[in-house]
Write a protein that binds this ligand. Structure first.
Ligand SMILES: Nc1ncnc2c1ncn2[C@@H]1O[C@H](COP(=O)(O)OP(=O)(O)OP(=O)(O)O)[C@@H](O)[C@H]1O
Ligand SMILES: [Mg+2]
Length: 255
């Protein structure tokens, strides 16, 4: 009878210790394996709950901005709009000031909507990951002039909501890096659903960077966040880059 408590080798994450020793005058390799599957699982769960906690907090702040600040700004703007007719008898200078103030108010409304949306893209819940990503990417193309190509085979299919949110956040973070650091003119994103996994790739044709230098400074948060989100989904993360060679991120996520 096979022992039910024995896991197949596929299920085990093991730490291997090895050393070359002298065994009765002969050189030998001493190896010890330690099953660290439970440790890795619990690390993953801690990471998941930190990420979910942060996402929930973002959701709360987003709702506050949208429902409270946004509504107050809109009410103020409607009131000032209603005054437009009655200020025509004021001096030119005063009318200019009024219009400038109203302009600022309208930008503040637009900005608060954008901030609320970026903090918690409600559209993912409502319309799904792909349309929400597509709208983000269109916005980026229009505002930066970077040519963004997006290939996906998910269509309207829905996957786990946390995976959807993670992939959206990873894309936002990777795009921020492209805009801030890469000088890229092209971005190519692929999101391919296979039977048991999603393969996500994000490539740019920019200046690339020296991974070892960045790992040593450890200052930035973006790549760490991407890595942690990948890990929380039990994903396999790979970052391929070198100076002048562009940057490519690949994540294989079991589904
Ligand atoms: N697509 C990219 N092209 C070129 N360099 C990049 C790219 N992505 C990251 N880098 C380099 O890697 C560094 C670390 O990136 P990371 O996103 O972790 O931090 P950051 O962008 O500097 O700061 P933060 O994301 O916290 O605002 C960057 O400072 C930059 O030097
Ligand atoms: Mg960054």
């Amino acid at each position: 009878m096979p022992d039910k408590n024995l896991k197949t080798p596929k299920d085990i994450i093991a730490y291997c210790f090895k050393d070359v020793i002298n065994y009765e005058g002969v050189q030998a390799v001493l190896a010890a394996f330690s099953d660290i599957t439970a440790l890795k699982e619990s690390e993953k769960r801690v990471l998941q709950s930190i990420i979910e906690g942060e996402d929930n907090e973002r959701k709360r702040v987003s709702k506050d901005i949208h429902d409270s600040l946004g509504q107050n700004l809109t009410a103020a703007s409607l009131n000032f709009d209603a005054l437009k007719q009655s200020i025509t008898q004021l001096e030119e200078k005063e009318i200019m000031k009024f219009s400038t103030g109203l302009g600022f108010l309208k930008s503040a409304i637009e900005e608060s909507r954008n901030i609320a949306h970026n903090l918690m893209p409600k559209a993912i819940e409502d319309f799904g990951l792909i349309p929400t990503l597509q709208s983000l990417l269109n916005q980026i193309e229009q505002s930066t002039g970077i040519n963004v190509k997006f290939y996906e085979n998910l269509g309207e299919a829905r996957v786990n909501r946390q995976i959807e949110l993670n992939l959206y956040r990873i894309t936002q973070e990777a795009i921020n890096n492209v805009i801030k650091h890469s000088k890229a003119t092209e971005v190519f994103i692929q999101l391919v659903l296979h039977k048991k996994e999603i393969i996500y790739t994000f490539e740019d044709n920019g200046i690339g960077f020296d991974k070892s230098k960045v790992e040593n400074t450890g200052k930035g948060l973006g790549l760490k966040n991407i890595f942690n989100r990948a890990k929380a989904m039990s994903g396999i993360f790979d970052l391929d880059t070198a100076p002048k060679s562009g940057t490519s991120i690949t994540i294989e996520i079991p589904v």
